[in-house]
Ligand binder design. Structure first.
Ligand code: HEC
Ligand code: HEC
Ligand code: HEC
Length: 207
């Protein structure tokens, strides 16, 4: 009796296993968009889009509604990005150089084309514990593109050292991460923020 029931159970298991495998392969085939299957994977991280799938035209980017009559009127990013200086991450454009070279002229005020940015030349150095280089926050590059009120006082109190900052907060989208990883270069570019080498007192020859 027990032998028979064990045999039955194992036959059932084999059958359900087959059914599951079949179902899974069917739904995977139905779910995978054809272009993704054809495109090579990202060699650095397979969860990131491979180069061929970056900055797709609006109708294919998964953000804009392809059925909307307005979508095809939008300029495709790659057509717009062509002459701009390149970067290694984010949408692959170095926007700070683009502004400095005059490739782009961000309009300061939607209604007044002559309005000028209020640029502040003030670097804030944040000492970092451990071996990572210290963080330099440059007001000038930020205030060429942003208003003081984008950061002060809601995001950062207007006083050096008055704000708590950490990588954890940044990766959760707070502090510098309110923009970096969203509309500005992502957290993967450590050295752009951690740019000030430490003077390693006693690091060599102390024995
Ligand atoms: C992109 C964000 C951002 C923008 C935009 C910005 N700031 Fe700041 N500001 C900071 C950060 C970060 C600090 C340092 C806070 C800290 O160390 O806790 C700071 C600090 C300051 C300080 C304190 C300096 C000190 O020595 O105590 C002043 C003053 C200041 N900002 C003025 C301005 C003015 C004026 C503008 C607009 C022209 C402006 N900021 C735009 C992020 C910004
Ligand atoms: C957008 C700017 C930015 C980028 C990009 C960035 N950091 Fe940071 N990092 C900061 C700031 C700001 C702090 C806090 C400094 C302080 O304590 O005042 C910090 C702090 C740290 C600390 C100290 C401990 C902690 O968690 O606060 C470590 C370690 C660190 N970063 C490593 C990294 C590494 C590794 C990368 C790249 C994977 C990276 N950071 C990328 C801005 C950045
Ligand atoms: C309100 C939005 C905003 C916040 C907050 C912000 N940034 Fe930025 N940051 C930008 C933009 C926009 C750029 C230019 C676009 C780009 O480089 O991707 C930029 C560029 C930079 C650059 C490159 C500048 C250069 O000279 O090449 C550094 C470094 C940087 N940010 C560090 C920081 C650090 C550190 C913090 C936090 C203390 C911070 N940012 C907070 C928006 C922001």
């Amino acid at each position: 009796m027990t032998k028979i029931s064990i045999a039955l159970v194992s036959v059932l298991l084999v059958l359900t296993g087959m059914a599951c495998a079949q179902g899974a392969s069917q739904s995977a085939a139905a779910a995978a968009p054809p272009q993704e299957a054809a495109a090579p994977a990202n060699a650095f991280n397979r969860l990131l889009p491979p180069p061929a799938l970056r900055n797709l035209p609006p109708a294919e980017d998964g953000i804009h509604d392809p059925a909307s009559p307005g979508t095809p009127l939008l300029q495709a990013p790659l057509a717009a990005f062509g002459p701009l200086p390149k970067a290694n991450a984010g949408n692959r454009i170095n926007w700070v150089s683009a502004a400095n070279n005059g490739n782009i002229r961000p309009r300061w005020n939607a209604k007044d084309p002559k309005a000028q940015a209020e640029v502040l030349d003030l670097n804030i150095v944040r000492a970092v514990k451990g071996t990572m280089p210290d963080v330099v926050f440059a007001h000038n590059t930020h205030t060429e593109l942003l208003d003081c009120a984008d950061c002060h006082p809601a995001l950062f109190k207007t006083q050096k050292g008055a704000n708590k900052m950490s990588m954890a907060a940044i990766m959760l989208g707070d502090s510098c991460g309110a923009c970096h990883g969203r509309v500005a270069f992502p957290v993967s570019e450590c050295r752009l923020c951690h740019s000030k080498a430490k003077t390693m007192v006693g690091a060599t020859g102390s024995q």
